[in-house]
Design a protein around this ligand. Structure first.
Ligand SMILES: *[C@@H]1O[C@H](CO)[C@@H](O)[C@H](O)[C@H]1NC(C)=O
Ligand SMILES: *[C@@H]1O[C@H](CO)[C@@H](O)[C@H](O)[C@H]1NC(C)=O
Ligand SMILES: *[C@@H]1O[C@H](CO)[C@@H](O)[C@H](O)[C@H]1NC(C)=O
Ligand SMILES: *[C@@H]1O[C@H](CO)[C@@H](O)[C@H](O)[C@H]1NC(C)=O
Ligand SMILES: *[C@@H]1O[C@H](CO)[C@@H](O)[C@H](O)[C@H]1NC(C)=O
Ligand SMILES: *[C@@H]1O[C@H](CO)[C@@H](O)[C@H](O)[C@H]1NC(C)=O
Length: 471
């Protein structure tokens, strides 16, 4: 298991040095301001960079490949980058292939796949940002395995969160007449591999009807020649690829350590944009950098009868902290609280005497389709990933991204059934086997005799699966 040092992690993910002016312009869109640099008092606050900009160091830009330890993965990514550049939007190949999509849509007699210079997987976001990042990483691994070009069909709520991941090229599907077809999935047909032009893979959480087709080896052969694979998903379906014989040998070469798959792919794919990095580095430098140990506590309450459960959840959080000795060590520690609500932050401040407790944003409720909400979520996830110790909430994809990017095995807090009678009994608080995220909703897998499985059931989601090295 890799547990990286926070400081080096911080530097290696560096972006270009911030210009103070641009940060200031950007920060206007958020409510700001704290006179006391130790506290972020009100809803949605980020520290004012005006006060702290002198503490932001210019960061060296180091290749995001630097933390990848598999030479085969590095060469695969390099090859992918060349491939992406050749196939990217507005390239000749792209123009040609999209032309086919528009003109030959229902013509299965001609074989456009033969003429297509590039094959694509177009990712359309579903659900919250954590889910999106997990399924996007899955889509990227699938693209690597199948020689497809990954394009993202981002709406305005996803703008400017990430840097372009591939050098000298874009992964953004252009918004032009010809690409409107991707916006409305209903104009395409489910499981339409016979069409030879496009195949819609619809893999959101609540849908289990179509996914089996995709996850069968024999069907992969049929999908192989389809130029457009259109993916709508919120699932971390990547672990299942390790169960498919057609991909397994290559995956074993790419990832000698299966417990760092998201860590490596995620850090390669998701670099904070200039704007996001402004928030992250300002907050980090101001509140977290001086601590010897950073402790991230992410509290996600899925079924809160409007605040009624807050004291109960808090009780479990504190009990977990105590039982696992999370705050017992001496030394200069900082606690970062990530939660939609500000209540936990306030409670922790009272309960964790002598420790700096900080929160970057409070949104009160999850808002889908909102750019500023997504930015705050991304900043929070990234800050958590810079912590040395993490306590995350069961079922939360937000928490998965944080510990996955950080390469940190979290303590997972599982609170029984809030909202029911009583307080639901004792909460579970246990260490995750790895930093890998969980695939919540995998199709059934018929395990052949003698098969040594690369996955186990998730700690927090009984029917989910996650990658492990051995068990
Ligand atoms: C591809 O099409 C776009 C317009 O849709 C055009 O601007 C671009 O030059 C074309 N690329 C090539 C290589 O012809
Ligand atoms: C393609 O064929 C399907 C059914 O065969 C039909 O419903 C659809 O409208 C056709 N699409 C186009 C663009 O012709
Ligand atoms: C991947 O696709 C590119 C472009 O279509 C092609 O040149 C290359 O040979 C393919 N690589 C593999 C391993 O299929
Ligand atoms: C990207 O483009 C720049 C300028 O054209 C060039 O110097 C650089 O080597 C390119 N990088 C890659 C990875 O292609
Ligand atoms: C941490 O300290 C608390 C009280 O100070 C104690 O009850 C608890 O057992 C300690 N936990 C560990 C794991 O040492
Ligand atoms: C929340 O809890 C209540 C009471 O147990 C239950 O009736 C309701 O279905 C739950 N809601 C969700 C979204 O789980």
């Amino acid at each position: 298991m890799v547990t990286l040092q926070t400081r080096s992690r911080f530097r290696t993910t560096a972006l270009a040095a911030l210009t103070f002016a641009s940060l200031l312009v950007i920060i206007i869109s958020f409510s700001v301001l704290s006179r006391n640099p130790q506290i972020i008092p009100s809803s949605g606050s980020f520290p004012n960079p005006h006060n702290y900009h002198h503490t932001i160091k210019p960061h060296q830009k180091i290749s995001s490949l630097s933390r990848i330890n598999s030479p085969h993965l590095i060469s695969k990514l390099r090859a992918y980058e060349r491939h992406h550049k050749r196939c990217q939007p507005h390239s000749q190949s792209f123009n040609q292939t999209i032309h086919q999509l528009l003109t030959n849509k229902n013509n299965s007699n001609s074989n456009p796949a033969a003429a297509a210079a590039c094959n694509y997987i177009v990712y359309t976001p579903v659900n919250g940002l954590g889910n999106r990042m997990l399924s996007l990483a899955s889509a990227f691994l699938y693209a690597l395995l199948t020689n497809r070009t990954l394009l993202v069909n981002f709406g305005p709520d996803m703008t400017d969160l990430f840097r372009e991941p591939f050098p000298n090229s874009t992964w953004l599907l252009p918004k032009q007449d010809s690409t409107r077809v991707f916006d409305d999935a209903t104009t395409l047909h489910f499981r339409d591999a016979h069409n030879y032009i496009h195949y819609l893979l619809y893999l959101p959480y609540r849908c289990r009807n179509y996914e089996k087709f995709f996850f069968r080896d024999e069907n992969q052969k049929r999908i192989e020649s389809v130029p457009w694979l259109i993916l709508h998903s919120d699932q971390y379906f990547l672990p299942y690829l390790f169960l498919m014989p057609c991909f397994r040998p290559e995956l074993d070469r790419l990832f000698p350590n299966r417990e760092t798959v998201f860590h490596q792919l995620g850090r390669y794919l998701f670099s904070p944009s200039h704007q996001a990095w402004g928030f992250i580095s300002t907050f980090y430098e101001t509140f977290l950098s001086k601590a010897d140990e950073r402790i991230g506590i992410q509290i996600r309450v899925f079924n809160d009868s409007r605040g009624k459960s807050t004291p109960l959840v808090m009780k479990h959080v504190l009990s977990c902290i105590r039982k696992q000795g999370i705050l017992n060590r001496t030394g200069n520690r900082a606690v970062l609280v990530a939660s939609l609500s500000g209540d936990f932050y306030k409670e922790l401040k009272v309960n964790a005497a002598g420790v700096g407790v900080y929160q970057a944003s409070q949104e009160e409720s999850q808002r889908l389709g909102d750019a500023s909400h997504n930015m705050k979520a991304w900043v929070d996830m990234y800050l958590l990933s810079m912590c040395d110790v993490l306590l995350t909430s069961a079922w939360s994809t937000f928490g998965y991204v944080a510990h996955g990017l950080g390469g940190v095995k979290p303590w997972i807090l599982q609170i029984p059934d809030i909202g029911g009678a009583g307080d639901g009994g004792e909460a579970e608080c246990r260490r995750a086997v790895s930093a890998e995220p969980c695939f919540h909703n995998p199709p059934d897998f018929d395990c052949p005799e003698g098969f040594v499985s690369p996955v186990v059931r998730c700690e927090d989601v009984g029917k989910g699966m996650k990658l492990v090295n051995q068990h």
